[in-house]
Design a protein around this ligand. Structure first.
Ligand code: HEM
Length: 482
């Protein structure tokens, strides 16, 4: 019964076959530019460049995601809405005096790490776009929400750059009034201030950089709502040390809060919002994604500004489903389906479109579950919701293409188990197997080859059986003429 209600698009189960796919596309392959350097920002795609950013930020040597988030924030947080100065456009952090602003100490490591992405993509990708995109992707890589992003920022020349003065970023030793001065200047409201401060759920303070020391959370490489849970639920006392005032948790003395963090707990307007985020991670994710998308677009051209979120409940529920599929949370998926998926309209909505595509990428919940390695969500979406297991995104990639490209054998297995189509070709003409070969993913090559051989055998068997059923004699092999 439930299956019929939840199902919203045609099944793609059972379609099979096998062949190849594309590397981490940095270029919109629908334009046939996959092999060449992209001509302009229009030819770039967010997930493709994101793949290159991933290798630059997360590898055997480092996980530099927290600092990448901070780079994006500092590149944008100089914005002054009244004067229309500062912000992410221009990549002005390369120039004095912003370059040697004490607040930016140490951040140039990220600029250097990202140079490999810049040199691979050339002039089509501005540093201003790269720094801000890296921050958005870093949030996602650490398990946080997807942050909408659009290319189009340009890099100013040393002669033309309007470099903002130093001192525009917040001072951690101050309180609520200062936070409002700084963030209201950028055009944010009080709710945005609390949501954005939640970025301190990742990373840590370094004595050598800021004078402060220590992490806010027990897992500084996981983007979740622990920062708010710690802030609101633990007891905080001033740390006794030879350094600026900061707070430590009374029980373990291992975690920290800055004076500006504590202001979120003591200010009567900030505190209920921080409490809400401590109790409801999805509310934090939703608000953070929206605020961070607006932050990295401060001072940038119109093309970079995030589109207002859809007010349509159908699109909103589908977007929420995609988010939970990305995070692998069956609990939240079930909660969403229980609210909207039982045939009784809630907010005018009686079902969730499990195959709905994200507007800018064409990606579905199945793509997200596969990309982020959630085999249990793949099985649930396919078997319970009867979702399409081989939808195509903007580049023609199916979930199987993604899994094959990155060598996720467990996910390839899960997709084959629910009937994924392994013969479909993306816009570059590549099948999942070709992609696995291209990226030298031995386990996946073995799985897909074995699968296609089993299919050929099954097809031959089926042909033979249909001959027999039709009463025809099975053609014998011709004897070789002597
Ligand atoms: C609300 C005012 C804010 C203040 C006063 C503040 C201050 C600081 C300070 C002092 C550090 C430590 C830097 C170091 O020693 O390496 C830090 C780190 C960090 N901040 Fe903030 N910050 C604020 C808001 C934000 C916002 C809005 C974001 C992003 C949305 C952000 C993201 C981060 C991240 C990810 C780190 C960790 C960096 C690392 O591990 O290297 N902060 N912040």
């Amino acid at each position: 019964m439930r299956r019929a209600i939840l199902r919203t698009s045609k099944l793609a189960l059972g379609a099979t076959g096998c062949a190849a796919a594309a590397g981490v596309l940095s270029i919109n392959s629908s334009k046939g530019l996959a092999a060449a350097e992209p001509a302009s920002a229009k030819d770039l795609d967010v997930d493709g460049v994101g793949g290159r950013v991933y290798s630059a930020l997360i590898n055997r040597k480092v996980n530099a995601c927290p600092m990448a988030i901070r780079v994006a924030w500092h590149a944008s947080g100089t914005y002054d809405a009244a004067a229309e100065t500062g912000g992410s456009d221009g990549a002005t952090m390369r120039f004095e005096p912003e370059r040697s602003d004490g607040a930016n100490a140490g951040l140039f490591i990220i600029h250097d790490l990202l140079l490999q992405v810049k040199s691979a993509l050339g002039s089509a990708l501005s540093l201003a776009d790269l720094w801000t995109l890296a921050g958005c992707k870093a949030v996602e890589f650490l398990g946080g929400p997807r942050v909408p992003f659009a290319f189009g920022r340009t890099d100013a020349s040393p002669e033309s750059a309007r470099v903002p003065p130093n001192g525009l970023l917040p001072d951690a030793s101050q309180g609520a009034e200062h936070l409002r001065d700084v963030f209201h200047r950028m055009g944010f409201d009080d709710r945005d201030i609390v949501a954005l401060s939640g970025a301190h759920t990742v990373g840590r303070c370094h004595k050598v950089r800021s004078g402060f020391d220590g992490p806010w959370t027990t897992n500084p490489l996981k983007f979740d709502n622990e920062y708010f849970r710690n802030l609101m639920n633990l007891e905080w006392v001033p740390r006794k040390w030879d350094g600026p005032l900061q707070y430590t948790d009374a029980k373990t003395e291992t975690l920290i809060m800055l004076p500006t963090d504590m202001a979120l707990k003591t200010d009567p307007i900030f505190a209920p919002i921080a409490r809400e985020y401590a109790n409801d991670q999805s509310a934090f994710f939703r608000d953070f994604s929206s605020a961070f998308a607006r932050l990295v677009a401060k001072g940038a051209p119109a093309a970079c500004q995030p589109k207002p979120l859809s007010k349509c409940p159908k699109a909103a529920a589908a977007a929420e489903l995609r988010d939970w599929a990305m995070h692998g949370s069956l609990e939240h998926i079930n909660r969403l389906l229980a609210k909207h998926g039982n045939g009784t309209p809630v907010d005018g909505l009686a079902y969730v479109d499990v195959d709905a595509k994200e507007a800018d990428t064409g990606r579905t919940a199945m793509h997200k579950a596969a990309f982020w390695g959630h085999a249990h969500v793949i099985a649930f979406l396919a078997n319970t919701c009867l979702a399409n297991v081989s939808p195509e995104d903007f580049a023609g990639d199916t979930p199987l293409h993604d899994a094959a490209r990155f060598g996720h054998a467990r996910i390839v297995r899960a997709l084959l188990d629910v009937g994924a189509n392994c013969s479909s070709k993306n816009r570059a003409g590549e099948t999942p197997l070709a992609l696995a070969v291209k990226h030298d993913k031995a386990d996946v090559i073995a799985l897909l080859t074995e699968h296609s051989q089993a299919e050929l055998t099954n097809a031959a068997k089926a042909r033979r059986e249909s001959f027999l059923l039709a009463g025809a004699s099975v053609p014998l092999k011709k004897e070789k003429k002597k």
